[in-house]
Write a protein that binds this ligand. Structure first.
Ligand code: ZN
Length: 310
């Protein structure tokens, strides 16, 4: 069996106020808070993971909320649209909901034969709902959103690039994706290795300004592999192509490699193992603050300095 990249594992973005972020993703979008932990490189900052009921890779959007962070800017060398899938008949429900909650949104439009609805989170992060009635993943059942209208997980991600060709080669030659369709300057790549979260759209805009990391922008996109053995073989392949790639890093819930793709976007490869139930039961995921072993001895001090959430 050939090694596969099984679509997107998670996407990580930068936010400002922690409570505002938590309220938007759990209450307005109705995602499940799957994990409440800290940034392992900066333990006085939260790291929130939101996902579907099953807390499955392919549904997990994570945030580092830094109060008072400078706003970022969308541009080239960035993941500029995070796409979630919903039932194709859910747009009316979501437009009404966005009006009620003062969410900035555009009228639904079509691209690649799919209807999509673009909206912004409170930090200006650009998100999309894409109509995809074949997505049968179990939604989160969180709050007042009917299951048949709820977000099911990622549909895909849009990467905006100065030039797309070398990124396209990485997707096809190393990650096993196929070019499915081109519309003007947008190129849709998909993989059949996963039923969901299998889309990567490359948008080529030569001459556009570079993106700047900051509030309301994506920090990195993580792709999914089945286990450590597959991950380490990908590491070798990518290193042999001349990319600078990190050693395998233990992220407690998955094991990660990081490298910059040719357009400058930070890519991660993350394993399915060990998963989010490694340090708390499935039923109570996200309810208490989890710290990795190296910070457990400083728990009192860390908890005292983290932002209050209620
Ligand atoms: Zn990550």
């Amino acid at each position: 069996m050939a090694d596969r990249i099984n679509g997107i594992h998670h996407i990580t973005a930068i936010a400002g106020d922690a409570k505002r972020n938590l309220d938007f993703y759990t209450k307005v979008l109705g995602l499940r808070l799957v994990k409440k932990t800290v940034n392992f490189d900066d333990p006085h900052t939260y790291h929130f993971y939101y996902g579907n009921h099953g807390a499955e890779p392919g549904t997990i959007l994570t945030f580092f909320p830094w109060a008072g962070i400078q706003q970022g800017r969308r541009g080239t060398g960035q993941a500029t649209e995070t796409q979630f899938s919903v039932s194709a008949d859910a747009f009316g429900f979501w437009v009404e909901r966005f009006k009620q909650h003062n969410v900035t949104y555009n009228n639904p439009a079509r691209r690649f034969n799919e209807e999509y609805l673009t909206f912004l989170d409170p930090d200006g992060l650009k998100l999309q709902l894409v109509g995809n009635s074949s997505d049968k993943r179990e939604p989160s059942h969180n709050g007042d959103i009917p299951d048949d209208k709820a977000i099911r997980g990622f549909h895909g991600v849009t990467l905006t690039l100065e030039h797309y060709e070398r990124t396209a080669s990485l997707l096809t030659d190393v990650f096993g994706y196929t070019l499915e369709q081109t519309e003007i300057n947008a190129h849709r790549f998909t993989t059949d290795a996963s039923a969901n979260a299998a889309v990567v759209d490359l948008v080529s805009v030569p001459g556009e300004h570079r993106g700047l990391n900051g509030g309301g922008t994506v920090h990195h996109v993580a792709f999914r592999v089945e286990n450590d053995d597959v991950e380490l073989r990908f590491r070798e392949k990518i290193a042999n192509l001349g990319f600078t790639i990190t050693p395998q890093i233990d992220r407690q819930y998955f094991h990660s490699l990081y490298f910059r793709e040719p357009g400058g976007i930070l890519f991660e490869i993350a394993t399915d193992n060990p998963g989010f139930t490694v340090d708390e039961p499935f039923e109570s995921l996200g309810q208490s603050l989890k710290l990795p072993p190296q910070y457990e001895q400083s728990r009192a001090e860390i908890e005292a300095r983290l932002a209050t959430l209620d």
